[in-house]
Design a protein around this ligand. Structure first.
Ligand code: KIV
Ligand code: ZN
Length: 513
């Protein structure tokens, strides 16, 4: 039997560290449920000690997910570790992932600690964690740029203290495949008790090599866990992408000789859910999950695929879930069918009145759009952030006028706090006029970093438009997402959703701080 490669997903922790990608507890639970359907082995649900919001998210996910191990990140100190253990108390299987930087640069400039102090703290942290949880992962942050001798000393000691997984992060994406693979192999060969732990790779994509480096860590280094995120989401250029690693190992099983426990048909639904929730759009030519990944445009390729699909196809689109994009509901669907579909999608609305409100929006959408897809339903529920009465900014209605030769004009009605406003504005285009109208009243002073529109499902103009607005204010970056068959309305919703995120000033400690 082939060895198993453990898939450790950190979309909800390292992925969420990407500026603007922060998610609410409900959004995280929805994604965690999809990761469970995908059958990932470990879900890193967050960094429990970083904020009350993160603690609650890890705790809720630990309470609801039964099939995957739930992990919480913790700096190498008693408080962080105890907080993680508390959040994981009800997990079917919990893991504490503790880390401390070990590279000369990070120890001296960031931690201002000597190597001996770091060594003692790492040992002490793992000893403390091991008393609270049987499954402990240790990461030497910036491990790839650490002195091998020092790293061997630290890793041998933490394994002796009970660390069950040793993860070697290429924190800044500096590695190249052969060197990274050899680095891990040499550590495993030199450390006397290395066989007492599972070795793991964690690569960032700054030079576009995160997947290649991770695979080299597996093939050359003998690692048996890969840390990755859906769509490669993550800070800067992102993390190693789950879908690429999984499909590489599966498609080239002849070379890697490893099994993965992933249900690959859930890959595309997971990709869409993460993209829709965070507003991070997937590029069309992205491997596996990009809209063009299986599109054979050239005549020669089309001809070949029609004669025998393996002439140009090394994977089947349906194996990664492209066919999962089905029409689920329509105008005649009832409340029960809608509620059941919500459950299947992992969406839990808190009360019957929330289900009723979502169902009313569904009916409204079904009147305007004949085919309702899963993605439409996720977008519709995501719209809670605009229609939920607890939100500070809420969309009410919009009218706009544009005509050749005339300056476009918009009138937007919306709520701020408990007061209703109707505001007019001109603009360069209908979207510009709409957002100017909102801003003239909201006075957020935020700078817009990004505005993008996409079709939620097929490329057809019947699809809902999904708008992402990225705003920056006071050192914070947030993404707002809005969907509607009318892209001007979608833009207003996205802008208000972003303002809501800026309004909810969740303070959080940075993992690498
Ligand atoms: O990239 C990194 O070093 C990390 C650690 C906290 C594991 O994400
Ligand atoms: Zn990382």
């Amino acid at each position: 039997m082939a060895d198993k490669l453990i898939i450790f997903d950190t979309t909800l922790r390292d992925g969420e560290q990407s500026p603007g990608a922060s998610m609410t507890k409900d959004e995280k639970l929805r994604i965690a449920r999809q990761l469970e359907r995908l059958r990932v082995d470990v879900i890193e649900a967050g960094f429990a000690a970083s904020s009350n919001g993160d603690f609650e998210a890890v705790k809720t996910i630990a309470e609801h997910i039964r099939e995957s191990t739930i992990c919480s990140l913790a700096r190498a100190n008693d408080r962080d570790i105890a907080r993680s253990a508390e959040a994981l108390a009800h997990a079917a299987r919990g893991r504490i992932h503790t880390f401390i930087a070990t590279s000369p640069l990070h120890m001296e400039k960031k931690l201002r600690m000597t190597p001996d102090q770091v060594f003692e703290q790492a040992k002490q942290a793992v000893r403390f964690a091991r008393n609270l949880c049987g499954d402990i992962e240790f990461s030497p942050e910036d491990g790839y740029r650490s002195e091998p001798d020092f790293l061997c000393r630290v890793l041998e000691a933490v394994i002796a203290e009970g660390a069950t997984t040793i993860n070697i992060p290429d924190t800044v994406g500096y590695a190249v495949p052969e060197l990274y693979g050899n680095f891990i192999r040499e550590l495993r060969e030199r450390i006397p008790n290395s066989d007492k732990a599972i070795w793991s790779v964690h690569c960032h994509n700054d030079l576009g090599m995160a997947v290649a480096n991770s695979l080299a860590g597996v093939k050359i280094g003998g690692a048996r866990q890969v840390e990755c995120t859906i769509n490669g989401l993550g800070e800067r250029a992102g993390n190693c992408s789950l879908e690429e690693v999984v499909m590489a190992v599966r498609t080239r099983r002849d070379y890697f000789g490893l099994d993965v426990g992933i249900d690959t048909t859930q890959i595309v639904p997971a990709s869409r859910m993460v993209s829709q929730t965070t507003g991070f759009v997937v590029q069309p030519n992205k491997a596996v999950v990009g809209a063009n990944a299986f599109a054979h445009a050239s005549g020669i390729h089309q001809d070949g695929v029609l004669k025998a699909r393996d002439t140009y196809e090394i994977m089947r689109a349906e194996d990664v879930g492209w066919s999962a994009n089905k029409i689920v509901l329509g105008k005649l669907s009832g409340r029960n069918a809608f509620k059941q579909r919500l459950q299947e999608l992992g969406v839990e609305l808190e009360s019957e009145s929330e289900v009723n409100a979502a169902f009313a929006r569904f009916k409204d959408l079904a009147d305007r759009k004949t085919e309702i897809f899963d993605e439409d339903i996720i977008a519709l529920v995501g719209d809670e952030s605009v229609t939920d009465e607890r939100e500070h900014y809420r969309y009410l209605s919009l009218s706009q006028r544009s005509e050749t030769g005339e300056r476009p004009h918009a009138r937007v009605a919306f709520v701020i706090g408990s007061e209703e406003f109707t505001v007019d504005s001109d603009g360069n285009g209908p979207v510009d006029a709409t957002l100017k109208a909102i801003e003239s009243k909201a006075q957020s002073g935020a700078e817009m970093l990004l505005y993008s529109v996409n079709a939620i499902t097929s490329g057809s103009t019947e699809s809902q438009g999904e708008v992402t607005v990225r705003l920056q204010h006071g050192g914070r970056v947030v993404n707002g997402v809005g969907a509607d068959p009318d892209i001007v309305v979608a833009s207003a919703k996205a802008y208000l959703a972003a303002l809501n995120k800026l309004h909810a000033k969740g303070e959080r400690v940075a993992a690498q701080g």
